[in-house]
Design a protein around this ligand. Structure first.
Ligand SMILES: Nc1nc2c(c(=O)[nH]1)N[C@H]1C(S)=C(S)[C@@H](COP(=O)(O)O)O[C@H]1N2
Ligand SMILES: [Mo]
Length: 220
């Protein structure tokens, strides 16, 4: 769905689209000019704003669980201990929030979505994921985007545990999409054979949310 939605007259050339799909822009493997690092309509901030529905759940690590459900070979339920036993990764990425702020060079530690998917083994029919969180929030994205090289189930930001207001003890980070796709306080990942709208997607936001083509609202 993602590539098809980019209009032919998009500012992104096909080469750039391919790089973006491979995550090269976000890893520093390809140098790009500063004016190409900030997506259209965004401005840079140095602080890290908090945005959510206003319910910030306080989650105890001994009762925390991450549930993988739907079209996977292994419907895992991970405790905090078993989550930390998965391979740990480090990623550095930019945040682009649909409310127009962007923040560069955020350092994340946690479990790459690759490694989680290796453990769960999605079935061939799985094309999308619906992510549900401890505050009742949910959001959807294609499995391929969830599986992108830069995506991480993050426990640490800039070397410190992610605070409760920013989604600790664990949040998703999918940096190549607008930040509303990056579920805080992630609780459940459901693997589906179709796209199913989450909270903001049911309330007028775009189903995909590519910052580079400004897919902010459902009619964009
Ligand atoms: N569980 C949950 N995740 C969420 C949200 C939310 O309300 N609940 N808001 C989303 C939105 S709209 C944004 S912009 C980012 C904000 O993350 P931050 O508060 O760490 O900046 O979280 C996203 N993930
Ligand atoms: Mo947002």
């Amino acid at each position: 769905m993602s590539e098809d939605q980019i209009p032919a007259d998009s500012k992104l050339t096909s080469t750039k689209r391919r790089w973006a799909a491979e995550g090269k822009f976000l890893t520093g493997k390809v140098t790009r000019a500063d004016d190409e690092r900030l997506p259209p309509g965004q401005h840079l901030v140095r602080n890290w704003p908090v945005l959510d529905l206003g319910l910030q759940p306080q989650i105890r690590l001994d009762t925390w669980r991450l549930e993988l459900r739907g079209l996977v070979e292994k419907q895992l339920t991970l405790s905090w201990k078993s989550f930390l036993a998965l391979d740990q990764s480090r990623k550095v990425s930019d945040i682009h929030c649909v409310t127009t702020w962007s923040r560069y060079d955020n350092e994340w530690l946690g479990v790459s979505t690759h490694d989680l998917l290796d453990a769960a083994m999605p079935k061939p029919e799985a094309t999308h994921v619906l992510l549900s969180s401890y505050d009742g929030y949910d959001t959807n994205l294609p499995l391929a985007d969830f599986a992108s090289e830069e995506a991480i189930l993050a426990t640490h930001w800039e070397g410190e545990p992610i605070t409760a207001e920013h989604g600790g003890p664990m949040r998703l980070v999918v940096p190549h999409l607008y930040f509303w796709k990056s579920a805080k306080w992630l609780r459940r990942i459901e693997f589906l054979d179709a796209d199913q709208a989450g909270f903001w997607e049911r309330n007028g936001y775009h189903m995909y949310g590519d910052p580079w083509t400004e897919q902010r609202y459902s009619d964009d």
